[in-house]
Design a protein around this ligand. Sequence first.
Ligand code: SAH
Ligand code: SF4
Ligand code: F3S
Length: 471
Amino acid sequence: MPNSQSEMELQSQQDFVDQVREIMAVRAAHQPPLAHVWTYGCQQNVADSQKIKGMLQEMGFDFTDSPDEADFILFNTCAVREHAEDRVFGNVGALKHVKTRRPSVIIALCGCMMQQPQVADRIRKSFPYVSMVFGTHVIHRFPELLFEALTGGKRVFELPDRQGEIVEGLPVMRESDFKAWLPIMYGCDNFCSYCIVPYVRGRERSRSSDAVVNEAKELVKAGYKDITLLGQNVNSYGKGLPEQVNFADLLERINQIPGDFRIRFMTSHPKDATHELIDTMSRCDKVARHLHLPFQSGNDQILKAMNRHYTRQQYLDLVSYVKEKIPDICLTSDIIVGFPGETYEQFLDTLDLVRQVEFSSLYTFIYSPRGGTPAAKLPDPVPHEEKAGWLNELLKVQEGIAAKRSAGMVGSTVRVLCEEMGKNGEMCGRTSGNIIVGFPGKSEMIGRFAQVHITSSLNWILKGELVELED
Ligand code: SAH
Ligand code: SF4
Ligand code: F3S
């Protein structure tokens, strides 16, 4: 149920929704008007874009993959690494030609990058054809901001650095009809020393458990089979809510919803991953056998400098507990290579941890300095090429581990959710552990569970044959 504040907020936007629809019916080059929405970054951004698209739909828009034919172009941006930002600036630069050819197009930018004052300034000065810039805290006011951009005669910059209450009840346009992202909380309070997210996403705040459970129920009723609960640190879910609830309680409640579906979640911070959570996972049959547990570095000094609040040994102890309670668990992780001041010897501790744990896959990043974070002020003597060499070493080790793990699956039969057709008539799906499985199939199978016998493996991908399609 939307709370009353949400209802008031939504009502106040409804007028703008109607007015934008009328304006676009006259001004757009196409009918219905076309929007091009491009999303950078993590699933949190994907979930935000789905809300913006939901609002665009209410305002009468249809969607296009081509910026060249769009009446409205929006980039939802990510600030987590410099490379992500460079790509956005490059692609915004390319939109200049679109605006010159078709001056009526409205170009807008939103998302994490825009919450950084120096970025907003650069857009203001160097990209005059961008008409609308808004931050992560005002997504629910998108209809009003678009109305202003269309009628106000000047550029709209709406970038408050403080978040308000969570606004419930926004429409969501989901691309898939069997896989869904479900945000359970927003923001982050952890301030890992390298990370920009707490600055651009604000403080942690959780949705009420009823709001989350009701949305999950609706998804299950609509036939969704794979629901991923989202938050920068789902393990601190519930802090600050008037009700007494933690993440394990929430998992349990969602697990009780009748139906055949999988529950995933990300991300878990190791410092807050409790035994209670692991016990709950092992008990709940709908919770996927997959745990994304980023450790970032295997060296205690680096972990301390990163402000991660756990040691290598604590992480390893946690992993042992997980493996003991859930023997078929698939673990994945994020790693940063080349944190400022990291030595090759310290990096070897990361490599050693990777060998010990045997993750099913890894997301690996070379450290990227983010202005305004404490780590960006530290001396960083190791050249980028050297860090790239370390990263390659890490990737090689992981490739061997993944290949070994995959080979160990050959001969078994696994339950796969059929997701999409690959090349050569091959169906691609995922196991409960999130391992990709390819097997001969047909597009009618998409969105259904299948039993697949694994016949061979290729690095981290499994190949197999259909045993049975479930109904
Ligand atoms: N909240 C999640 C991660 C969000 S960002 C968590 O704590 O696990 C996703 C990943 O990007 C991080 O886990 C980290 O590995 C990486 N990352 C964040 N900031 C980075 C930076 N400045 N340079 C390189 N990688 C970074
Ligand atoms: Fe960034 Fe750390 Fe928060 Fe994750 S937990 S978003 S890495 S500050
Ligand atoms: Fe990027 Fe923002 Fe996500 S910085 S990683 S899109 S929270």
